[in-house]
Design a protein around this ligand. Structure first.
Ligand code: DGL
Length: 262
């Protein structure tokens, strides 16, 4: 059981930002990543569709013999993780917009949250937001089109710059001092965001916290891999693997990247 892989899925390549944190926090673990790019973006889909896709990915990861599943997608976590936990007998780790630290540390009492429509309209998000943001103004913005451009390998395009400015500038005018990235694709936009935001605005993403949580759940369940060697990393995409390859080529691991129909 301990030698089995950590399974990770996202609607596309965005969850690789979470995978990077996991691989660096637990270098001896094997990982299997599913990029469900064929069905991206999830953010525009109904709750029922997001749940069906999440189940499909979970079943594929279980078939591939994974010991734990990381839902590296805010949209899938906020809409489906409760049901996944009820239906499958394996530990699940999810990712949610990190509103809590932003709400604790904001001085201007105004925080921005950039996420998908699916995440911002979910019950789980509104519960978390209500819990931590009393007396704080939360400026929620749907990042329509951002996931598509990242999936199309257009991170540094003019189109991306224009779109991102249209979402961030209204937040700047409201005087936010924290920007919460509520989508696992968005950490790839941090260099772009830094060009738009002043140095006083702190950008928060949840990648490190998810890796820490994964480690602690593996430990609590006696699932840590005792392997002394470096883990192996396999990536599957059900669409063109080019973007996945590009995004992973920047790291220093040698992942196996293949096409798979799922
Ligand atoms: N990476 C997904 C998330 O964290 C993107 C959602 C989408 O496909 O719209 O929400």
């Amino acid at each position: 059981m301990q030698h089995k892989a950590i399974g990770i899925f996202d609607s596309g390549i965005g969850g690789t930002s979470i995978w990077k944190e996991i691989a660096s926090a637990m270098p001896h673990e094997n990982t299997i990543y599913l990029a469900d790019s064929k069905y991206a973006p999830y953010g525009k889909r109904s709750k029922e569709e997001i749940l069906e896709l999440s189940k499909k990915n979970t079943e594929k990861l279980l078939e591939l013999n994974c010991k734990i599943i990381v839902v590296a997608c805010n949209t899938a976590t906020t809409n489906a993780i409760k049901v996944l936990r009820e239906q499958y007998d394996v530990p699940f780790i999810g990712i949610e917009p990190a509103i809590k630290p932003a709400a604790i540390y904001t001085k201007t009492k105004k925080i921005g949250v950039l996420a998908t429509k699916g995440t911002l309209s979910s019950e789980l998000f509104s519960q978390t937001s209500d819990l931590y943001t009393q007396n704080i103004e939360v400026i929620e913005v749907i990042g329509s089109g951002l996931v598509e451009l990242i999936e199309e390998d257009k991170i540094n395009s003019n189109e991306m710059d224009i779109l991102l400015r249209s979402y961030i500038e209204p937040m700047i005018r409201k005087n936010i001092d924290y920007l919460v990235l509520g989508c696992s694709h968005y950490p790839y936009l941090i260099p772009n965001l830094k060009n738009i935001l002043s140095d006083d605005v702190v950008i928060i993403d949840s990648g490190e916290a998810v890796a820490r949580q994964t480690k602690s759940i593996l430990t609590a369940n006696n699932l840590v891999n005792p392997n002394p060697n470096k883990g192996s990393h396999t990536f599957y995409s059900n669409a063109d693997i080019k973007t996945l390859r590009n995004i992973l080529s920047k790291g220093n691991t040698s992942p196996i990247i293949s096409a798979l129909d799922f």
